[in-house]
Design a protein around this ligand. Sequence first.
Ligand code: CA
Length: 230
Amino acid sequence: MRLLLVEDDRMIGESLQRALRLEGYAVDWVRDAAAADGTLASERFDLVLLDLGLPAGAGSGAAARPADGLAVLRALRARHDATPVIVLTARDARGDRVAGLDAGADDYLVKPFELDELNARIRAVLRRHAGRAEPLLLAGGVTLDPASRRVTRDGAAVTLSAREFAVLEALLAKPGAVLSRSQLEDRLYGWGEEIESNAVSVYIHQLRRKLGADFIRNVRGVGYFIDAAS
Ligand code: CA
């Protein structure tokens, strides 16, 4: 899963990026409204964490460039982009929370917040966005729990590395849908992280070894999928 963190406070930004990476997310971080708007207009993320109180940023002098978090959100929705957004607001700013939700945010969190609450809200928003009420991902005797990060095969625990887990989670989120190598790489790596050229093949190989050779199918030259009916 790839997240965009929009936060101008360096300390909060650094600690959130570090903590979310430990949760297995690929996390990119921008610090002003112009950078957020430009990034969201050109790249795809699974979820956005959006601080509302942001500097406008370079290049925002042009008319119609968003000048704060709320404007970034309105611009995103005006492009008919349904990427889930959780807004981060100050404690004394009830009006911001209402405005954020009305501008198209999926949820909000009041600073300062606990990391476990943020993680639970991220999971809940991703689940709703995918149209799932059920918190567990299941297919073919394999169960993945995004909250505990536990995976079982026919009831027995399976130990996966963080990146094997991320590949499995991406494939299980939409059984039957084929994900290309580059779509999987996007979910594994943030900006500036070096992508080993055959990394996805290695993770798929490991997952097949642990979960069964036929569990992950491939369409030659296209990508990988998990059989929805398995
Ligand atoms: Ca701020």
